[in-house]
Design a binder for this molecule. Structure first.
Ligand code: ZN
Ligand code: ZN
Ligand code: ZN
Length: 376
């Protein structure tokens, strides 16, 4: 039974279907299989998220035509059995007295090339290679960049809910005092609000005031926000296991004509990027559409990052909206559209929404006002 606040739970069948598709995609890419260590790919494929990731080997082995096997330390086996996807898995546990690589090696084609999850510890790969000198490996993200990119209805429901929670956070942050408080104080407000609106994990709370806003990587520091500042806000995290990520730029008191103009340019660029979203468009088309507006108004060299990134069980993942990425958009993909202009030593502006691809075009999952908001 689901309520508006609780999404429909994933089932073992959902995870079985994901694992089958992953194994088939691996085979189609010329791989003998996939090795998936704890992290976002394992969560996506099995629902299993070990409470602590340790030096003990845990790895999912997937190969086409073979039942999925999860190699786990014996002391973690009971937890793994409780993962929603566990009925779709064969568990192979190993005790501390055993060599986990000796347990895992017989599961693999000794001459095969495998996709391996990006966050697998090097010590585990080196351990396996001692038993399997004839195998070779490719980064899972490089080999199958679209593995998690197309979201099904249940995933979209979660990303939509995460976006709504981020929107509610923004509406509330407009009511707090900015002038005279430190960036870290406003960042703490953002984290508290995201949590109140149902996030289980806060990934980032950027508060870039005045010149700090011109550094896209600035998180939040001890600078005291002043009247007259532009303030870039960029925040998100995970709710029900799926990501939110939105940016708005606000102004403390009345903006100057130049501040308003730069904001208008970024808003128009963000609109152009969102309007370019449709099935079959290339990822780079979204970047080009947004960048063209900023370039036209003379700020092309001040837009110093890609236009967007995918979002799902993490807040940053493929596909990337960047020049050179020819991957066509497919209904169900979810990604950010977040152009910005950064004027060093002065201020920055960024506006970001998560957009999902539908048959008819892009649909925003953030819907708060994109006009320059005035805060106190
Ligand atoms: Zn100002
Ligand atoms: Zn962001
Ligand atoms: Zn983003």
């Amino acid at each position: 039974m689901s309520s508006p606040n609780q999404p429909v739970p994933f089932t073992a069948d959902d995870y079985r279907a994901r694992m089958t598709r992953a194994a088939e995609s691996a085979a189609a890419a010329g791989l003998a299989g996939l090795l998936v260590a704890p992290g976002p790919d394992l969560v996506y494929l099995t629902g299993y998220r070990p409470t602590a990731i340790t030096e003990r080997l845990t790895v999912l082995v997937l190969a086409a035509g073979q039942d999925p096997v999860l190699v786990v330390p014996t002391l973690e086996a009971a937890d793994a059995e409780h993962a929603v996807g566990a009925p779709a898995l064969t568990l192979r546990d190993w005790t501390d007295a055993k060599d986990p690589y000796a347990v895992t090696a017989p599961l693999l084609d000794a001459k095969g090339r495998f996709g391996i999850s990006d966050n697998t510890w090097a010590m585990h790969l080196l351990g396996l290679q001692q038993y399997l000198p004839g195998t070779s490996y490719a980064s899972l993200t490089e080999a199958l960049p679209m593995l998690r990119a197309v979201k099904d209805a249940a995933e979209l429901e979660r990303i939509t809910a995460a976006g709504a929670a981020a929107d509610a956070t923004y509406e509330e942050i407009l009511k707090v005092r900015f002038a005279g408080r430190k960036e870290t104080d406003v960042a703490a407000d953002l984290a508290r609000l995201l949590t109140e609106y149902g996030h289980s994990q806060v990934d980032f709370t950027v508060v870039g005031s005045g010149p700090n806003g011109a550094n896209p990587h600035h998180e939040a520091g001890s600078r005291t926000i002043e009247r007259g500042d532009m303030v870039v806000l960029d925040f998100g995290g995970l709710k029900h296991g799926y990501g939110s990520d939105t940016s708005r730029t606000v102004h403390v008191g009345e903006p100057t004509a130049e501040e308003q103009r730069v904001h208008d340019v970024v808003r128009e660029a963000q609109e152009a990027g969102c309007n370019a979203v449709r099935p079959g468009a290339a990822c780079q088309d979204i970047d080009r559409a947004a960048r063209a507006v900023i370039t036209e108004f003379g700020y092309g060299d001040r837009f110093i990052h890609r236009t967007g990134h995918g979002i799902g069980v993490t807040t940053h993942e493929p596909p990337y909206m960047i020049e050179g990425e020819e991957q066509p958009l497919v209904p169900g993909m979810c990604f950010s559209v977040e152009p910005g202009v950064y004027l060093p030593g002065r201020f920055g502006v960024r506006i970001e929404d998560i957009v999902t691809v539908t048959e008819d075009g892009g649909r925003r999952l953030n819907s708060t006002a994109r006009e320059l908001a005035i805060v106190e």
